[in-house]
Design a protein around this ligand. Structure first.
Ligand code: PEP
Length: 255
């Protein structure tokens, strides 16, 4: 059975003191253990250490927003997965569309990052998604298939069951527009079938697939009800403790 996963992507927001204030300001019920659901906060690198201490006793995990594909070397400004491992970081987001857009990341660099993340036993949250023009031209499935195949190329199948995919239509990120829950289900179900063909059915079944793109506290439950949507990657709404708490609570079983 796949646990639900709610991931906050804070992007380039929050100083250390603001990050601590966020945790302190989260309503109590959002900091309690959830049945069959996990919460991951991905802050800027600079806040990871302080947050690791601040979440002691709160069942949250920490994730990084990026990492390099090498363990060490002359890569000024980059972060090695070894640094993350030593800090207790469990998850890492790879290939977010903002990194593809502003930092020239490609499926091929994401492929290298994925191989090292898996080797280091970090749980990768791999982002894929189509642009607005792909969407309008009906190219969504073709584009996603290309991304998935390139990212999975040459990976060791035995390691891939823990992989988390984030389906994030680029036209929905930070725009207030969403794919509908039904559209996201259609894509997630199709992804699982494709991955079963490329790898095998048990691996495809064990991978979690998140939806991301302008998720709000009102809309979260609609996505989480879909059988192939295993959670949410949340940007803007994860910066507000009240809104994020409501999103976390939507992953709790209905009373
Ligand atoms: C994201 O950054 O991954 C994201 C989904 O952002 P937002 O929720 O703001 O659209």
């Amino acid at each position: 059975m796949r646990n639900k996963l709610i991931v906050a992507n804070w992007k380039m927001n929050f100083t250390v003191s603001e990050a601590l204030k966020f945790i302190a300001g989260l309503p109590r019920e959002a900091k309690m253990e959830l049945e069959d659901a996990e919460v991951v906060i991905c802050p800027p690198f600079t806040a990871l250490y302080a947050l690791d201490e601040a979440i002691e006793g709160i069942p949250f995990q920490l994730g990084a927003q990026n990492m390099h594909w090498e363990e060490s070397g002359p890569f000024t400004g980059e972060i090695s997965p070894l640094f993350l491992k030593e800090m207790n970081i469990k998850y890492v987001i790879l290939g977010h569309s903002e990194r593809r857009q502003h930092f020239q990341e490609t499926d091929s660099t994401i492929n290298k990052k994925l191989a090292l993340a898996l080797q280091q036993k970090l749980i990768p949250i791999v982002c894929i998604g189509e642009t607005v023009s792909d969407h309008k031209e009906g190219q969504t499935f073709e584009v996603l298939e290309g991304q998935i195949k390139k990212i999975l190329d040459g990976q060791l199948k035995a390691d891939l069951g823990s992989l988390v995919w984030a389906y994030e239509p680029i036209w929905a990120i930070g725009t207030g527009k969403n794919a509908s829950p039904e559209q996201s289900q259609e894509v997630a179900q199709w992804m699982r079938k494709l991955i079963a063909k490329i790898l095998d059915a048990p691996t495809a079944e064990s991978m979690r697939i998140l939806y991301g793109g302008s998720v709000s506290e009102e809309k979260a439950r609609g996505f989480l009800k879909q059988p192939d949507i295993d959670g949410l990657l949340v940007g803007g709404a994860s910066l507000d403790p009240k809104k994020f708490a409501d999103i976390i609570m939507s992953a709790a079983p209905a009373q």
